[in-house]
Design a protein around this ligand. Sequence first.
Ligand SMILES: Cc1cc2nc3c(=O)[nH]c(=O)nc-3n(C[C@H](O)[C@H](O)[C@H](O)COP(=O)(O)OP(=O)(O)OC[C@H]3O[C@@H](n4cnc5c(N)ncnc54)[C@H](O)[C@@H]3O)c2cc1C
Length: 408
Amino acid sequence: MSRLHASDHVIVVGAGLAGWRFVEALRREGYDGALTLIGDEAHAPYDRPPLSKQVLAGKWSVDQTTLATDERLAKAQVTLRLGTPAINLDVATTTVHLADGTLVAGTHVVIATGTRARRLPFRASDRIHTVRSRDDVAFLNHDLAVLEPKSVVAVIGGGFIGAEVATALRTRGFTPIVLEAAERPLVNVLGPEVSSWLANLPATADVELRNGQRILDVVETDDGFIVSFADGGELAPRVVIVGAGALTNDEWLATSGLTIDNGVVVNEHLLATENVGAIGDVARFEWANVAGTELVRIEHWQIANDHAGSLAHYWMTGQSPTALLVPYFWSDQYGKKIQMLGHPRATDDVTRVSGGDEEAKWVALYSRDGIVTGVVTLGQPRALMLSKVLLETPTSLDRALANAPWSS
Ligand SMILES: Cc1cc2nc3c(=O)[nH]c(=O)nc-3n(C[C@H](O)[C@H](O)[C@H](O)COP(=O)(O)OP(=O)(O)OC[C@H]3O[C@@H](n4cnc5c(N)ncnc54)[C@H](O)[C@@H]3O)c2cc1C
């Protein structure tokens, strides 16, 4: 493993959170060679979580999401190539081909092209909104601006993004109706117990949730849309927004020879080859955790940050962090904060260790084969952080229950 030198040129493809944090981390590590950051969006790197929260609720301007301010950009000494997608990577020569016909040749390449919102194949697809980028939110706000108060907005998908969007719309005086395909939102992510504890949250925030919805089509009308359902029913919202998960932005690497399989497959050091790494939402990485080692792709803000720091450190020193990476996620929805540590599966066993049925606060431990794999809390940020210790080394459920760190 060669360390980076001033004569190197590191190219970062994807000017999102992971790409930008990598640039900052590499400079912090002392790298003083050339750095180029390539992004297909016209904007300098910005933060996405506020888009579905503060920005859509009208509390923040979209400019407040900017990460790479002019001052930080100047400090980072990075060459920006914005508004042009990368369309190919020559791995042997570490050369990136851009859609405008130019080539950027370097010595190392970081793939940080993230994910994009999944679109659904309805007839009105082009007019149906998603919330992934600054431009998405600007487009959505443009359509919301002409609506009367209480106008019905259909939110297709009751997962994390759908719930946050519905919460923001309700705050603004609209009438969001969440259309969820499953029997309950998040049942496939958090499992049957925890999803059932969350089932009443929308009602507490005066948001209508309809579960088990089979949507056949969405068509545009003169003043909105008609959503038609398999049971023959219809809904006529003024605006439709889809929150149906994300797809990896890895098609541009199709002929690169890298292993692409639900993301760019990388090793425990986040490397696809010695000089090509992948980080953030697009990276499918070997993750050592309390239950063993598995190949995962995790769409969390904190993972993008951690990956950026880890790869920068590895390329500068030849070392990766020795501590286990404990994924962290949060979501602000229906006036509550859901937080998660670890990477629990919907099929894991769940033990609620604090909070009763009717309480709006609880702590849930997830375990697999008797080992704690995750902690999910509602409205209990301190308990969540105190529980992190359970995921830093393998901890049996019995020991966790005996020590009860969340109650300290
Ligand atoms: C609305 C919203 C709310 C969220 N809220 C939370 C939250 O509450 N908690 C949490 O933990 N996480 C949240 N997340 C997830 C978090 O924002 C992501 O995990 C994080 O943005 C991942 O960063 P990334 O840099 O890997 O990918 P991205 O942020 O997707 O950045 C990738 C960039 O690469 C660009 N790109 C793609 N293809 C190319 C190409 N070929 N050439 C050049 N550039 C390209 C993309 O356009 C994008 O600008 C949220 C995400 C969204 C969208």
